[in-house]
Design a binder for this molecule. Sequence first.
Ligand code: GAR
Length: 210
Amino acid sequence: PLRIAVLASGRGSNLKALIAARDAGALPVEFAAAGSDRADADALRLARDAGIPAFALDPKAYASRRDFDRELFRRLDATGAGLLVLAGFMRVLDGEALKPWVGRTINIHPSLLPKYRGLHTHRRALAAGDAEHGASVHYVTAELDGGPVIAQARIAVRPDDDEHSLAQRLLAEEHRLLPAVVALIAQGRLAYLAPDGAALDGRRLAAPLQ
Ligand code: GAR
């Protein structure tokens, strides 16, 4: 099966949803590693409890973003993972360090991209008076929240919604959306099409890296 690595900065509920889907037989993957930029992230505790190798890297221990990201990707390379899933990883990745992983890195973002890249997406959707809100899973490129969108979940905004209620209702959808997309990739039913036309699908991702 496809080996995946997951990065998360905090709570880890999307990681939990991935583990649950795997346990339910709905997600044919092996967890190669879980990583975080915070040693105290609940996501790491969740990973360890599930028997997934977990590691934390402290950004303050590195002179630059690029140095941190180089070490991060060195660790990820060593896991033999074919797919990297950003599940609430709250750091921007350096474009150079990311390059070899473009096409095999996906992110879940809590907005209907291309709307609301960046932070405070629920607040911004409410402030704009949007009738609907949602989450997107997209391939990660050097452009922040700007890579090709794979799939989205939509919910209606209710008149009495606040930031918290909207985020909570959307989170339940995220927990369905992310495992569904990872399953498509793991089954070889979804391919990343590079600008040069090369396709990177789940079968190639599952093959050992050279
Ligand atoms: C999720 O809502 C995810 O979409 C969002 O952070 C939350 C993490 O929750 N990601 C981003 O905002 C990325 N820019 P979790 O740790 O419980 O999965």
